[in-house]
Design a protein around this ligand. Structure first.
Ligand SMILES: [Zn+2]
Length: 232
């Protein structure tokens, strides 16, 4: 191939979009939890130290949910980080991928989702918001602070090269029943439920308004094309 053609091909070839990947077991658990009740369900995606975009485990924390809203309990979030630290995991392995389900067909983040993501995770070096709709569509966004704030859409993939550890529906259902409180209607008091968890989790660093890394809730990241390198 001539040099000219090669250059042309390079210009025409689509940039490779980084992917958020799931192990088959994590994916099976996520779909199972999504379909158990009528409301949204939220979780943290847990990853391995060497592969921070491969979700290995779906970790539920105590939460109150409606059809359009999820609020994590602040104490449960603190306990989640403690438990994960005891297992030798660092916050970037267990507190950077925020997952929730949508009971309808649209995986696109609501205004509240966007605000929550940037309020809660805006002080982290990087974080991912992942939404899976009951209809099967998914949305993943990686946001990062350094050199930004900026964010890109991620591709989503189940990594079938990973071993499938099988399903444990009884255990997963037990987790769901003990940690997910369904509420038929939105109540403003639900918002209070998660007010403090920024302060009790390692994500809370920098939420002090005087801090140099404090970001105002309305200061949303600039969307960039996926040619931008991911921060790792
Ligand atoms: Zn949502």
């Amino acid at each position: 191939m001539s040099l000219k053609k090669k250059r042309l091909n390079m210009l025409q070839s689509k940039p490779r979009r980084p992917k958020l990947r799931f192990t088959p077991t994590a994916w099976a658990k996520l779909l199972f939890l999504r379909d158990l009740g009528p409301t949204e369900v939220g979780a943290f995606g847990v990853t391995r130290p060497g592969d921070l975009l491969l979700v290995d485990e779906i970790q539920l924390v105590h939460q109150r949910c409606t059809e359009t809203f999820v609020a994590f309990d602040d104490i449960a979030v603190a306990e989640h980080f403690e438990t994960q630290a005891d297992l030798g995991r660092r916050p970037e392995q267990c507190g950077r991928i925020w997952i929730h389900t949508h009971p309808g067909n649209s995986p696109h983040p609501s205004r509240v989702d966007v605000q929550t993501f940037h309020r809660v995770f805006g002080q982290c070096d990087w974080a991912v918001m992942f939404i899976i709709a009951r209809g099967g569509q998914a949305y993943a966004e990686l946001s990062w602070r350094h050199g930004g704030p900026a964010s890109i859409r991620l591709g989503v993939e189940v990594d079938y090269s990973q071993p499938f550890a099988g399903c444990d529906h009884d255990l997963w259902e037990h987790e769901y029943l003990t940690r997910v409180e369904n509420h038929a209607q939105f109540d403003p008091q639900l918002m209070d439920y998660e007010d403090d968890w920024l302060r009790v989790s390692p994500l809370g660093a920098g939420t002090d308004r005087e801090s140099v890394v404090y970001r105002r809730p309305h200061e949303l990241p600039i969307h960039r094309e996926s040619t931008e390198p991911a921060p790792f």
